[in-house]
Design a protein around this ligand. Structure first.
Ligand code: NDP
Ligand SMILES: N[C@@H](CC=O)C(=O)O
Ligand code: NA
Length: 435
């Protein structure tokens, strides 16, 4: 059968992995797709590197635009990354009637509405399994496997770099900067690693999952984002003492008034499966009304795990490209004319439990003042831990875990607690989910 022709843009970590796996498993992939999938052209800025990965028999160019306009190319695989040239290339590819496969979550989280609308109009597919949780087929699960369900919430460890950093810091006591360098060397980190450590990459992925789960437009600008750079070793230690682990979670939850969409370090009970996801591994929990809780676990970054998702998309697109565009699974799972208006709630309206660390003077009455302030905001306490002050020490830490409350009530309580004379410095506040 006539091969389907693929143009690959960017032969770095994921592009290289895609090339290797496609070649290694060529026979099985062909049998699954129904026809050979051939990368006929590769565009990369570094032609020497491209030649060393692609070998002979593949056309090489440093002009990616010549690939997206090439009439011989059926599918464009965009693995350059970023919002700049990648956006122009994807839009141009769509304009030229090419299907697109991309791992670029940043691009889709920011420009997804425009890109999916253009693809829909042109009758082409934009497939992006690799963009969320790398090799884990979470897009497939959300778009197709769980289509009978009203999805209530999802929560995931969806950034391998930060999970790797948190694991190595906790288990080996290594410093942040050293572990980040290792994550970069292993190919996990984004070109700009602040995207990883400041939670932006996880927010891109959470944004995409929320749109598919709830049938709302892609709204990265409404997502609350907090990374791991302000996390302190003391809080990781106190959390452990109270039976919790801290993970950077992407959370999307349906509430009556709207959708919670947030990324932040989160305390999770240490016994839960998701609390034990270590290193660069990813895991996503999805709660559907019919199926209950489901958990997806695997490698969320790295050359071949991500290539696994890119190639699965290539197989899907190869199978479906002759199908009537109206009868394909919609990009965001719901029919485009039935996208919901349900708003994304501001962080002030989010409902969660909290971990608070207060640095206080060790004198009578402080605790009574703090508990009164919390009670005034209708916040009830679940657990408390007070560190015994060392010999001669005048100050100590109090750790408080609360039951569910609304973020704005917690903000008001924290402001009042910080104004107490006996409380020094800022109150450390982390969110806690009893998933
Ligand atoms: N690495 C991972 O584990 C994962 C990555 N992703 C996503 O996959 C995409 C690719 O990531 P990754 O492979 O890690 O990135 P790399 O930086 O390793 O690869 C990108 C490649 O594209 C090349 N490139 C840059 N600009 C152009 C251009 N204008 N024309 C042609 N080639 C160009 C780069 O060349 P040069 O180096 O010379 O600039 C490089 O070889 C990103 O969107 C990323 O977010 C998704 C999941 C996991
Ligand atoms: N930088 C990302 C790569 C995959 O999306 C991560 O660390 O998870
Ligand atoms: Na995936």
């Amino acid at each position: 059968m006539k091969p389907i022709n693929v143009g690959l843009l960017g032969i770095g970590t994921v592009g290289g992995g895609t090339f290797t796996v496609l070649k290694r498993n060529e026979e099985e992939i062909t049998r699954r797709a129904g026809r050979p999938i051939r990368i006929t052209t590769v565009a990369d800025k570094n032609l020497e590197l491209a030649r060393s990965v692609a070998g002979e028999g593949v056309k090489l160019t440093d002009d990616a635009f010549s690939v997206v306009t090439d009439p011989e190319i059926d599918i464009v695989v965009e693995l350059i990354g970023g919002y700049g040239v990648a956006r122009e290339l994807v839009m141009k590819a769509i304009e030229n009637g090419k299907h697109v496969v991309t791992a670029n979550k940043a691009l889709l989280a920011v420009h997804g509405n425009e890109i999916f609308a253009a693809a829909q109009k042109k009758g082409v597919m934009v497939a992006f399994e690799a963009a969320v949780a790398g090799g884990i087929p979470i897009i497939k699960a959300l778009r197709e496997g769980l289509s009978a369900n009203r999805i209530q919430w999802l929560a995931g460890i969806i950034n391998g770099t930060t999970n790797f950093i948190l694991s190595e810091m906790r288990d080996k006591g290594l410093p942040f900067a050293e572990v980040l360098k290792e994550a970069q060397a292993l190919g996990y980190a984004e070109a700009d690693p602040t995207f990883d450590i400041e939670g932006v990459d996880a927010a891109h992925k959470a944004t995409l999952m929320a749109s598919i789960a709830f049938g709302v437009p892609v709204q990265f600008d409404k997502t609350y984002v907090e990374g791991i750079t302000k996390l302190e070793a003391a809080d990781i230690k106190y959390a452990e003492q109270l039976g919790y682990r801290i993970k950077l979670l992407g959370i999307a939850r349906r509430r009556e008034q709207g959708i919670e969409l947030r990324v932040h370090p989160t305390l999770i009970p240490a016994k839960r499966l998701i609390a034990n996801v270590e290193g660069a591994m990813n895991a996503v929990l999805v709660q559907g009304d019919a199926v209950g809780a489901t958990l997806y676990y695997g490698k969320g970054a790295g050359a071949e795990p991500t290539a696994s998702a890119v190639i699965a998309d290539l197989v899907d697109v190869t199978r479906l490209h002759t199908a009537d565009p109206e009868h394909r699974v919609p990009h965001l799972a719901f029919q485009p004319d039935q996208i919901s208006e349900l708003p994304v709630l501001p962080i002030d309206e989010v409902e969660t439990s909290y971990y608070l660390r207060l640095h206080v003077e060790d004198k009578p009455g402080v605790l009574a003042d703090v508990t009164r302030i919390l009670a005034d905001q209708s916040i009830s306490i679940d657990a408390m831990l007070q560190r015994e002050p060392e010999e001669g020490e005048a100050q100590t830490d109090i750790i408080i875990l609360t039951h569910l409350t609304i973020e704005k009530n917690m903000n008001a309580a924290i402001a009042k607690i910080e104004s107490l004379d006996a409380v020094t410095g800022k109150v450390v506040r982390l969110r806690l989910e009893n998933l």
